[in-house]
Design a protein around this ligand. Structure first.
Ligand code: PLP
Length: 281
């Protein structure tokens, strides 16, 4: 595969980063994952705007303007095969002697790769997935899309070891999001999802899902749901750029609602599939 590192496109095997890179030593960097449908990046502007917010959040200046990012991402897609891709990009604070204080005058390291965006297995949509609830052990700035994902990987691994596809995170008694997704619960025909604050990532897919819900007139409340109440939900969903919108039909080994993908999920997912190519602003 062809990847991008700093200022050039090159074969992945030839791309090398210094052991002094702050991404490697401190996890000091931010990233984005952009889905590509029919060789077109989905909601690129929104992803670049969130990248800017993440960079601002860690006090790192953006190495490129949006026009240049767009050009590079377009080229990366051209260099790689496949109609549907997942573009991964990350920016770290660069290479410097190991010292916590930010180095001055160092160029950030920019890395981009594209992987195939595999279709979500149809079983996940016909049967739904399993999830577990776990304590949200992450930091207080989950609005920053930081590359330091150790808590997320630990919680996702815990889910995996219990035969589940996602960990739903509980902080101070309420659902925040998934380990790598936003999360939703449906009660009496109303969709609930956590409000955008420092405890969740502002998902681009979440924005799309809420637009689709608004189109159908299904009410949405951006409010927290307690872990207790979650056990009584009619439906639970997760969303992300790579998994789109998936129904959670088993939570902590108990069926969610009837234990099958629910009608509200069916409606919103149908719109998702119908509009993901053309509602690409
Ligand atoms: N929340 C977390 C913690 C994530 O890692 C992700 C993305 O993978 C999301 C939410 C969903 O964000 P998006 O819809 O922009 O992919």
């Amino acid at each position: 595969a062809t990847v991008f590192l700093n200022d050039t496109f090159l074969p992945a095997e030839q791309a090398k980063v210094s052991v002094y890179d702050r991404g490697f030593l401190f996890g000091d960097g931010v990233y984005e994952v952009i889905p590509v449908y029919g060789r077109q990046p989905f909601r690129l502007k929104a992803h670049l705007s969130r990248l800017q917010n993440s960079l601002d959040g860690i006090h790192l200046s953006n190495p490129f303007d949006d026009a240049h990012w767009t050009q590079l991402i377009t080229q990366l897609i051209e260099h790689n095969e496949g109609e549907n891709q997942a573009v991964y990009l990350q920016v770290t604070r660069g290479v410097a002697p190991r010292e916590h204080v930010f180095p001055q005058g160092v160029k950030p390291t920019v890395f981009m790769m594209s992987n195939p965006l595999n279709a979500v297995p149809s079983l996940y949509k016909t049967q739904g997935i399993k999830a577990i609830t776990v304590d949200d052990i992450r930091w207080q700035r989950c609005d920053i899309k930081a590359i330091a994902l150790l808590p997320n990987t630990m919680l996702r691994q815990q889910a995996h070891e219990q035969g589940a596809g996602e960990a739903i995170l509980i902080r101070d008694g309420v659902m925040t999001e998934g380990s790598a997704s936003n999360s939703y619960a449906v009660f009496d025909g109303v969709i609930y999802t956590a409000a955008k604050d420092n405890t969740v990532l502002s998902g681009i897919t979440r924005d799309f899902v809420l637009e689709l819900a608004a189109m159908t007139g299904i009410p949405v409340r951006e409010e927290s749901v307690t872990a207790d109440r979650l056990t009584q939900a009619d439906e639970i969903w997760i969303s992300s750029s790579t998994r789109e919108l998936l129904p959670v039909t088993t939570l902590d080994d108990k069926p969610v609602g009837q234990g099958l993908p629910g009608p509200i999920w069916q409606t919103v997912n149908e719109l998702y599939q119908r509009h993901k190519l053309e509602m690409n602003v």
